[in-house]
Ligand binder design. Structure first.
Ligand code: HEM
Length: 416
């Protein structure tokens, strides 16, 4: 741990910049304001935003410290949870509950995390390889060469949702529902007005009912899938149904648009940096590092949020109990003190793995290895076929400050 003096950041030197505005992401204009914030106001109080006032944290070190202190900086859903849209008053008004371990603090967080983590261990994930490889290969072999198609639904969504459906043994023909629910679950913009809150609530209820049915079915008929494993685990076997289902939802939503947008970043990012693409095509042993670099560069979740549990001035300014703290991973992953020329993709970047895209500390992404497996496999199978993705039009981006990604991306495939 750093000393108290080392933790202090310089006081904000500029007027507040609200980085929660969706147009910054829809129009891909977040780079410059974040650069300014890192330089002049690494921790800044933003008194007004559509989501309420918040502390905006945009550099690497303070984010690591905040994540290392879960007692002081809570993830609990009753306090507001993990996204900027979490609002205890709205949660109460609409009776919205999010009992999932990503939105819990120790000791509640510990049991379910321990129950789920072994299913994502190195050997467990290695066992998934053959299946992922086969599905990826079949999909790539079905794609047209030299014709324009949308990479997002055809490749990113299909592969990611397929993986989750397999992991949970979710009915294959209905797997597109996982994508839809995940999109509604992760859309922070929907919380802004009562009409869209209602729509989101209805979708979440539909999802809850489907997972409740899955849960019932696996109690009656256990298999080898993750739902069955969770049901048989010490920590989760006696868990109240609502919490069990909350954790199921977490796994499916958590692994969905994140992995999907990393796959789209592969197509889009390497098209933007053709010299780096050439390097990767010439040397496929760079694939594992390139995967980390793409996850860093994209940062599929722009932020995670915490809530202060008692007054603290550990960073200099006084953060008060119940204040919202927004940790901008997207900015930290471009912090000049950690990543040289962070706006650029460098497939051989020596410290690509240091990115914060998976978070840090006790909540660090439990599914990271599964995401890496899927991305590594996609890049390997593309390399085996000497296939290249050429972006042939501008992407449509997700207009929000939480999920950082692409709605569509027109591409053509060619051979090299
Ligand atoms: C590139 C893909 C992914 C990214 C960028 C990502 C990102 C994240 C982030 C930022 C966190 C929160 C960390 C924190 O609060 O410190 C997290 C937690 C989590 N992720 Fe992922 N994730 C990805 C893939 C997946 C996959 C494939 C799964 C599961 C199938 C998954 C399941 C989870 C779960 C269950 C948690 C909660 C962990 C906890 O609270 O202890 N994620 N992820």
């Amino acid at each position: 741990m750093a000393s108290a003096a080392e933790l202090k950041v310089k006081p904000a030197e500029i007027e507040p910049i609200d980085m929660s505005r969706k147009e910054l992401y829809a129009e891909d204009r977040w780079q410059e304001p974040f650069r300014k914030l890192r330089k002049h106001a690494p921790i800044q109080w933003v008194p007004e935003s559509d989501f309420g006032p918040y502390w905006s944290v945009s550099t690497y070190k303070p984010i690591q410290h905040i994540e290392a202190l879960p007692k002081l900086f809570s993830s609990h859903w009753e306090k507001g949870g993990i996204a900027i849209s979490g609002n205890p008053e709205i949660f109460e008004k609409y009776n919205m509950r999010e009992p999932m371990f990503i939105a819990m603090d120790p000791p509640q967080h510990t049991g379910p995390r321990r129950a789920v983590a072994p299913s994502f261990g190195p050997s467990e994930v290695a066992e998934m390889k053959a299946e992922v490889q086969q599905r990826t290969a079949e999909l790539l072999d079905s794609l047209p060469i030299g014709e324009t198609f949308d990479w997002v639904p055809k490749v990113s969504i299909e592969l990611t949702t397929g993986m989750l459906a397999k992991l949970f043994d979710f009915p294959w023909e209905e797997r597109h529902k996982l994508t839809e629910w995940s999109d509604y679950g992760g859309d922070v913009e929907l919380i802004k007005n009562p009409d869209t809150i209602e729509v989101r609530l209805a979708k979440m209820q539909e999802m809850g009912a489907a997972f409740a049915a899955l849960w019932q079915q696996r109690i009656a008929n256990p298999g080898k899938d993750l739902v069955s494993v969770m049901l048989q685990s010490e920590a989760m076997k006696d868990m109240p149904p609502e919490e069990f289902i909350g954790n199921l939802i977490l796994l499916i939503v958590g692994g969905n648009d994140t992995t999907r947008n990393s796959m789209s970043a592969y197509a889009y990012g390497l098209s933007k940096f053709p010299e780096e693409r050439a390097k990767l095509e010439a040397d496929p042993s760079l694939i594992p590092n390139a995967v980390q670099e793409l996850i860093r560069w994209q940062t599929p979740l722009s932020h995670m949020r915490r809530t202060v549990t008692e007054d603290t001035d550990m960073f200099g300014p006084l953060m008060k109990k119940d204040d919202m703290v927004v940790m901008w991973y997207l900015s930290a992953n471009r912090d000049e003190e950690v990543f040289e020329d962070g706006e650029a993709i460098k497939v051989d970047r020596p410290n690509a793995r240091r990115h914060l895209s998976f978070g840090y500390g006790i909540h660090r992404c439990v599914g990271a290895r599964v995401a890496e497996l899927q991305l590594n496999t996609l890049l390997e199978e593309m390399a085996k076929r000497r296939l290249r993705v050429n972006v042939v039009g501008e992407p449509v981006r997700v207009p929000a400050c939480f999920v950082h990604g692409y709605k569509s991306l027109p591409v053509q495939l060619s051979h090299y």
